[in-house]
Design a protein around this ligand. Sequence first.
Ligand SMILES: [Zn+2]
Length: 330
Amino acid sequence: MIKKERKLPIIILQYEALLRRIPANHPKRPHILEELAKSKAGFNGEKSLDYQLSSIDQKKYHIFHDLRLSSEDRNFQIDSLIASKNLFIVLEVKNISGTLYFDEKFSQLIRTKNGEETGFADPYLQVGRQEALLRNFILQHKITCPPIKGFIVISNPSTIIKPTSKMIRNGTKIIHSAALPLELKNLETNHQTPILSDKELKKLSSILMKKNILLIREILTKFKIKESDLIKGVYCTKCMQLPISRVHYSWVCPKCSGTSRKAYVHSLIDYALLISSDISNKQMREFLQISSDTSALNLLRILNIDHSGETKGRRYHLTSLIERYRDGLL
Ligand SMILES: [Zn+2]
């Protein structure tokens, strides 16, 4: 059964928020669009894998998509984890088109496409690191660790994988996504002894969910964009016009005439994605261009979000809004 669904990656929301809030002629726009396209391709590759995973025994396996965990102060991310009582399987999904060659000697992945060579980080090393950190994470929680197997899954069916001397390195194998169900069947045959009890697997599942980290990258730093470069105000969720006007208790779009009482929530999410995951009343008034602090306070109260600190120093925590948005609740 799917324990953790694959949701729209936060980095994609961050790129979209950034594109919305920089001027149309900003010099960083092409670079951000390029990064957004890469992230979307990666996400589409991961989603295409879900079809292959739908055919596996849902009773036997606990499936977690896009896990972000921390072990010994080191963060790691797993595209998909397939966990059973007998075995854990880590999937690293690559949506790279062209011809791929794995250079073992220099630990790199080389892609040839239209006569051009591009280098990528070695996915074998990536999977090896994920396996080691996952093993530590499980042991830290005083649970026996079942064997962990890794797969580098090429999600684009037309990608050509050039055979090299060893296609399995440190137990990690590279495959096309269509081969995944068969590979899992083979592993099942070779690992028939349960290492964990039902109770232990259940316990570990809930730990994995609880310890999952919501990673919000410092995107302004990444692109060397100043906070003062961002366009402030509330945007229209229907036509993306920014800013729109506050009229009484609502926001009205001068372009499409759409009105919404909740438009500001989406712009608070922009703040969380671009600047900080928490906000003070004053920062909210500045970012959303609201003049009255009582109005800002009321708008925050309606949201019923966590806060810390007292009176003027109070900070409101916005990450739950990102999660509500990703769950389709906003
Ligand atoms: Zn509009």
